[in-house]
Design a protein around this ligand. Structure first.
Ligand code: AMP
Length: 493
């Protein structure tokens, strides 16, 4: 059993109906409303039997709130503007209608397009959609930079119905006229806020401008203000707006510990924490720091890998795979590498270097507590970092006291066994936050469906290696492999 308590809290939902982009409410406490997804089924939402069978085979039987909200509207042909984060189940929220509404395309003229900010997310989406596409005999491919273009071009020439792409490489291929978007009738812009942060929106607009007519457009983003709001206004028509309180940034869903350490003890303290974890993510500030900390943690006897922006795409993927499979259960990561990092079953996130600000804190911390599970988050605080941590906590709306520990402190091995003390000073004089927190901490949420532990997810584990590619081209979907399921025309090119 894990030493890191996992609560059964899951995504909550707040349908919104107004037409103005919602303000950035990233940090607002989640509101839970009625509409428990456990009473709903995918069939009741209008999902066809062949697709629900694929979900059932993966242990997915009841829709998450964002799915319950968005799927019927998307199946009815409406644009969707979804405020939902990684971990909320948004991939299936757009993926099921996408597969339902995609038909077989001509070569180099895909019918459906998904834009994602990172290669990792594109791969993740492809993995989730592959078995659903296979059920319909549809082909899909991923297109992103950092890998050879030729396989992607070949896939497009062979004919793909669904393209899942990052904007940069897709624009390159459009410029080279390797594909045309004139037949696209279904578009998803996923994690639009991240695309905005990464400066991709001009590229996204260039792509959307090339689509003839008015495709059905689904946009998902953690925030809908600023540039994302502009995108919504320009490219969506009367979208149905759906919002689920995020699984990532509600501090109340996380078990948090702030541990005061001396510089010399940081590695050993981290090692003690990670020793009991099924999977632990350790965040550091720099690439060099990632390699150094990984090496030193390795010297304490842990199996550790490091991931950062300087690794090649192949190495990043190989490293992630080792982490996913538990070959290296401790992953030391920089923020950059953590973008688009979607791994379930992370028991504990350790902020070895404190995050720059509360947003980064919540983003990093959200790598645990995926799919509505609770998660343990530990921040190491050296004496000189205290003022920054105070600011961070204030901005994040938390008020934990920093507890000093040495590596031999038994509490490190069992973080869930002790209650994190609160800092008195901040609990006074902030009645809104305190009131909200008191009301939401530990309270059961409505409108939630917990992920079923131990169940397979669509496209995970089984699909990738078991399906052979036509012509023996290998079962690797990344960067554009092709494969055929059970003799059917299906899946990933
Ligand atoms: P996503 O936000 O789309 O990345 O999904 C987060 C995780 O939840 C993924 O591992 C999904 O496979 C899983 N998931 C999505 N929808 C459901 C559901 N209705 N029931 C159980 N697990 C789900």
């Amino acid at each position: 059993m894990s030493l890191f308590t996992r609560s059964s809290a899951a995504p909550t939902q707040t349908p919104t109906f107004d037409d103005t982009p919602a303000p950035d409410e990233d940090l607002a406490p989640s509101t839970s409303v009625s509409g428990d997804g456990r009473e709903t089924t995918f069939e009741a939402l209008g999902v066809a039997d062949d697709l629900t069978a694929v979900l059932a085979a993966a242990g997915i039987e009841h829709p998450f709130p964002i799915q319950a909200l968005a799927i019927p509207d998307a199946l009815a042909g409406l644009d969707i503007c979804g405020k939902a984060q990684t971990g909320s189940g948004k991939t299936l929220a757009f993926g099921l209608p996408l597969v339902e509404r995609t038909t077989t395309a001509r070569r180099r003229r895909p019918h459906s397009l998904v834009l994602a900010p990172t290669r990792e997310l594109a791969n993740q989406i492809a993995e989730d959609l592959t078995p659903l596409a296979a059920a319909r005999g549809l082909w899909l491919t991923t297109i992103y930079g950092g890998v050879s273009m030729s396989r992607q071009v070949r896939a497009l020439h062979e004919g793909v119905d669904i393209v899942i792409a990052t904007p940069g490489r897709l624009n390159d291929l459009l410029e080279q006229e390797e594909l045309s978007l004139e037949a696209v009738s279904f578009v998803v812009v996923d994690e639009a806020d991240q695309m905005a942060d990464m400066g991709f929106l001009p590229q996204v607009e260039r792509i959307l401008n090339q689509i003839d007519g008015r495709p059905q457009t689904l946009l998902f983003s953690a925030t809908l203000d600023g540039a994302v709001g502009t995108l919504v206004r320009r490219y969506q028509q009367h979208p149905a707006r759906h919002e689920v309180a995020s699984t990532t940034p509600t501090v109340d869903q996380l078990e948090q510990r702030f541990i005061g350490v001396h510089a010399d003890d940081r590695v050993d303290v981290t090692s003690e924490i990670c020793a009991g974890a099924q999977r632990a993510l350790v965040f550091v500030r720099t690439t060099r720091g990632a390699d150094r900390v990984a090496k030193r943690l390795g010297q304490t006897g842990l199996r550790v890998a490091a991931i950062h922006g300087r690794l090649t795409q192949n190495r990043r993927e190989a490293t992630l795979e080792r982490f996913r499979k538990g070959v290296a259960p401790v992953l030391v990561a920089t923020n950059v590498a953590a973008r688009g990092l979607h791994v379930d079953g992370v028991d504990v996130v350790v902020h070895f270097d404190p995050p720059e600000d509360h947003k980064t804190y919540l983003h990093r911390s959200g790598r645990t507590a995926r799919a509505g599970e609770g998660g343990m988050v530990v921040t190491l605080v050296m004496p000189e970092q205290r003022p920054d941590i105070d600011t961070l906590q204030r901005d994040a709306g938390t008020d934990y006291a920093v507890v000093e520990m040495r590596p031999d402190d038994p509490r490190l091995r069992d973080l869930a066994s002790w209650e994190a003390p609160r800092e008195e000073r901040r609990s006074r004089g902030n009645s809104r936050r305190d009131g909200d927190r008191a009301g939401s901490r530990g309270a059961p949420t409505n409108g939630v469906v917990g992920r079923r532990p131990g169940k397979r997810q669509p496209g995970r584990s089984r699909g990738r290696r078991s399906r052979g590619a036509p012509g023996g081209a290998g079962g690797n979907s990344r960067g554009g492999g092709a494969r055929r399921a059970g003799g059917r025309r299906a899946a990933t090119r």
